[in-house]
Design a protein around this ligand. Structure first.
Ligand SMILES: [Zn+2]
Ligand SMILES: [Zn+2]
Length: 260
């Protein structure tokens, strides 16, 4: 069981991060990727990874903080990705839902970090909210077509998922997928179920995005890496397969994609 997207360095874990990490490994967890979202959290992720054999880090600047992407911060991210425990550039991307940075600035910050990842041959951890078309445009028009990475916390249609799969991306699922009822009053199932069923098994990753998005039955509480098991359970339920199959496949996928 690998939590491919956690933020254990956030203040929500200040008092008990060590116990949280222990609980994960005792409960069957194998590895955690702690994801940076600005310069400071990228440094903290790197420190965490340096001190824990089975924790890895990513470094990157989130679209919310696109305004802090400049020559100086990019150089510091670049220094971090040279370390062997830093295994991806991310989370980077576009977020038009909250629009905490102007869209043009987000696009510019995303492009410059794509280039950084490309120069260092690093996989990507991509955050995208309400901006799938712009994001796809940028990726399709970039000079490489050989993408490695994950679209994390995926929450869009099968048609959009297919586009990312064609480009070579993996798709990551969080506790959000446990928030739906299996069938609506009209008897329809949520679109995300179709996405989960149609994706090739070797392209699926599981993640918590903790401290946010705790899955059912822990919904509303602080999320933590151990709860990634509920995401795997839900995927198994939707695909009518066993938890063990999903656990094994998603671990293999994360290890292969990020070279853990
Ligand atoms: Zn994100
Ligand atoms: Zn995140």
């Amino acid at each position: 069981m690998i939590d491919s997207h956690a933020h254990i360095d956030f203040k929500e874990f200040d008092s008990d991060s060590e116990e949280v990490i222990k609980r994960f490994f005792k409960g069957g967890g194998e590895k955690i990727i702690n994801v940076g979202c600005d310069l400071n959290s990228s440094i903290r992720s790197y420190e965490l990874a340096k001190n824990n054999e089975n924790i890895f880090a990513s470094a990157g600047i989130h679209p919310h903080d696109a305004g802090t992407v400049n020559k100086n911060s990019l150089k510091k991210i670049e220094d971090l990705v040279k370390h062997y425990k830093v295994i991806a550039v991310g989370e980077i991307g576009l977020d038009y839902f909250r629009n905490l940075s102007p869209q043009e600035k987000q696009i510019e910050a995303f492009k410059s970090q794509l280039e950084l990842a490309d120069n260092h041959n690093m996989p990507l951890i991509i955050h995208c909210r309400d901006a799938y078309n712009d994001l796809l445009d940028i990726l399709k028009n970039y000079q490489t077509s050989d993408w490695r990475g994950v679209i994390h916390c995926f929450a869009a249609s099968w048609q959009i998922a297919e586009n990312f799969l064609e480009l070579g991306f993996h798709i990551g699922f969080t506790g959000i997928i446990t928030y739906y009822k299996d069938k609506s009053k009209l008897g329809n199932e949520p679109e995300i179920y179709k996405v989960i069923r149609n994706i090739p098994l070797d392209k699926i990753l599981i993640e918590t995005d903790c401290p946010f998005l705790a899955p059912v039955p822990e919904r509303g509480k602080r999320n933590e890496p151990l709860f990634v098991k509920y995401v795997a359970e839900k995927i198994a339920h939707i695909r009518k397969t066993s938890f063990e199959e999903i656990e094994k496949a998603t671990s293999e996928n994360a290890i292969r994609l990020f070279n853990l």
